[in-house]
Design a protein around this ligand. Structure first.
Ligand SMILES: Cc1cc2nc3c(=O)[nH]c(=O)nc-3n(C[C@H](O)[C@H](O)[C@H](O)COP(=O)(O)OP(=O)(O)OC[C@H]3O[C@@H](n4cnc5c(N)ncnc54)[C@H](O)[C@@H]3O)c2cc1C
Length: 404
C-alpha cells in the first residue's frame, strides 16, 4: 500500500471518528445554545451566588434576594411554558441550571427545586384556573415549598394526618407538615392532605387565615441549609375548589410523578456539589507539597481524582438520559430518574469524602468549604427520596418488566 493511500485511509478513518464524535456529542453533549446558557448561568453564580454560600450555611438563611434576582432572569420559571410567562425550556436545561447553581451553593439550588416542584405539580395536574392564577406569579419571584412529610410519616405517605374536608365549594384543611424546605420564606405551598377518598393535593397561599410556619424540633439540618426546614401548620385553612390540584384521592400518584421530574434535577444538584468538591481539592493538591513533590504527583492521589472524575461524568450521563426521556412526550422515566438520583447522590458523598481526604487536615477545617459540600451531599441522599426508596422504585420497575 502506498504511503499516500495509507494517509488518505487514516484521514478517512479520522473523519469517520470525528463524525461519530459529533453524533455522540449531539446525543450526550450539549448544543451551542445550551453551552451559551450554561456560560451565562456560570457567570451569574460566580458573581451572585458563590460569594455568600459560606455565610448562608453558617447562618441557615433563605437566599431571598438571589431567588428574586433569578426570577427576573427567568431561571425560576425556566421550564414553565411561555403562555404562563415562563421561558419554556427543557428538563435538560433545568439540569444544567441546577448543576451550575449547586456548584456555587447547594442551598440555593434546593431553594430553586422547591419552586420547580410546585410549578411541575401545577403544570401536570392543575386545572386551567389554578394554572392561570398561580403560574404567572412565579415569574414575579413567588417562593414556594412542597409539603408532603409529617412528623410520623416520611417515606410512607399512603395515609396522612393532615386532613381536608369539603364544605360546599370549598375545602377546609387542618394539620402539620414537617421538614419543609424553603418553608421559612415560602409564599405558596403545595400541600398533601387526606380527604375522604385518599391523599390529595392542594395549592395554599401563605397569607391566608390559619397558615403559619414554626421552627420544629427537626427544622435545623446539618446540610442543605437554606433556612430552617420548618413545620407548616394549617388550622381551619379554607381554600377554593380550584385549589384542589388534580384528582381527589390520586395525590400520591401525582406526587410520585412530580418527584420523577424533581429527582432528575436533584441528581444534577448532587453533581454540582461533587464537581465543586473535585475542583476545590484538585486545586489544593496541585499547590500543596509533601516529600518534595506536589501532593497531586502521588499516584494514589491521582487515582482518587481519576475515580472522582469518572463517577461525576457517569452521573451526568444518567441524569441527562433521565432528563431527555422526560422531555420526550409521554415518557415517565420512573426508573431512570431514580437511578440518576441514587447514583449521583451516593457518588457526591463519596467524592466529597475523598476531597476532604486528599486535602489532609486542611480539608476538615471550617474555613475550607469541603465540610459544607460533604454535609450537603449526605443530606441529599435522604431528601427528595431516600436511597432505599429509590432502590425500591428501581427494583419495582425491574419486576414489572419481567415475564410473568
Ligand atoms: C434536608 C431535607 C429536606 C427535606 N425537605 C422536605 C420538603 O421540602 N418537603 C417534604 O415534604 N419533606 C422534606 N424532607 C423529608 C424527606 O422527604 C423525608 O426525610 C424522607 O422522605 C424520609 O422520611 P423519614 O425521614 O421520615 O424516614 P423514614 O420514613 O422514617 O425512614 C427511616 C429509614 O428507613 C428507610 N426506609 C423507609 N421505608 C423503607 C422501605 N420500604 N424499604 C427500605 N428502607 C426504608 C428510609 O430510607 C430511612 O433510611 C426533607 C428531608 C431532609 C433531610
Amino acid at each position: 500500500m502506498s504511503i499516500s493511500l495509507t494517509v488518505s485511509i487514516e484521514c478517512e478513518l479520522l473523519r469517520m471518528t470525528m463524525s461519530n464524535l459529533e453524533v455522540n456529542c449531539m446525543r450526550f453533549g450539549l448544543s451551542e445554545n445550551e453551552l451559551s446558557c450554561r456560560d451565562e448561568i456560570q457567570l451569574f453564580v460566580r458573581n451572585e451566588v458563590t460569594p455568600s454560600a459560606h455565610e448562608r450555611d453558617i447562618q441557615d438563611i433563605y437566599p431571598t434576594e438571589i431567588i428574586k434576582s433569578m426570577a427576573r432572569k427567568g431561571y425560576t420559571t425556566l421550564t414553565v411554558p411561555t403562555r404562563y410567562n415562563g421561558l419554556g425550556k427543557s428538563k435538560l436545561d433545568a439540569c444544567i441550571l441546577m448543576e451550575e447553581v449547586a456548584y456555587g451553593c447547594a442551598a440555593t439550588a434546593i431553594s430553586l427545586i422547591t419552586i420547580f416542584q410546585a410549578e411541575t405539580m401545577l403544570l401536570l395536574y392543575g386545572n386551567e384556573k389554578a394554572k392561570d392564577v398561580f403560574l404567572p406569579k412565579f415569574r414575579d419571584g413567588l417562593i414556594s415549598s412542597y409539603a408532603l412529610t409529617e412528623s410520623g410519616r416520611g417515606s410512607d405517605i399512603r395515609h396522612l394526618d393532615t386532613k381536608a374536608v369539603r364544605k360546599g365549594n370549598q375545602w377546609v384543611i387542618n394539620g402539620r407538615k414537617t421538614f419543609i424546605t424553603s418553608g421559612s420564606a415560602a409564599e405558596f405551598f403545595i400541600i398533601l392532605a387526606e380527604t375522604e377518598v385518599g391523599v390529595s393535593v392542594f395549592a395554599v397561599e401563605r397569607d391566608v387565615l390559619g397558615v403559619r410556619t414554626e421552627m420544629g424540633e427537626l427544622s435545623e439540618t446539618f446540610g442543605l441549609r437554606n433556612g430552617p426546614h420548618v413545620d407548616v401548620v394549617l388550622e381551619d385553612v379554607v381554600v377554593e375548589d380550584y385549589q384542589l390540584i388534580g384528582i381527589e384521592g390520586k395525590g400520591l400518584k401525582q406526587a410520585v410523578t412530580t418527584l420523577n421530574n424533581s429527582r432528575t434535577i436533584a441528581a444534577a444538584i448532587s453533581i454540582g456539589i461533587a464537581r465543586a468538591a473535585y475542583d476545590y481539592s484538585l486545586d489544593w493538591v496541585n499547590q500543596r507539597s509533601a516529600f518534595d513533590q506536589k501532593v497531586f504527583e502521588f499516584q494514589g492521589i491521582q487515582w482518587m481524582f481519576a475515580h472522582m472524575l469518572t463517577n461525576i461524568n457517569a452521573a451526568r450521563l444518567l441524569t441527562y438520559r433521565a432528563a431527555t426521556l422526560l422531555d420526550q412526550e409521554g415518557q415517565s422515566a420512573i426508573s431512570e430518574a431514580s437511578q440518576a438520583k441514587l447514583f449521583a447522590g451516593t457518588m457526591a458523598t463519596k467524592v466529597c469524602e475523598d476531597a476532604v481526604q486528599v486535602c489532609g487536615a486542611f480539608g476538615t477545617t471550617i474555613n475550607a468549604p469541603l465540610g459544607r459540600f460533604l454535609r450537603d451531599a449526605k443530606a441529599y441522599e435522604i431528601a427528595g427520596g431516600s436511597n432505599e426508596i429509590l432502590r425500591n422504585t428501581i427494583a419495582k420497575e425491574i419486576g414489572k418488566a419481567m415475564p410473568s
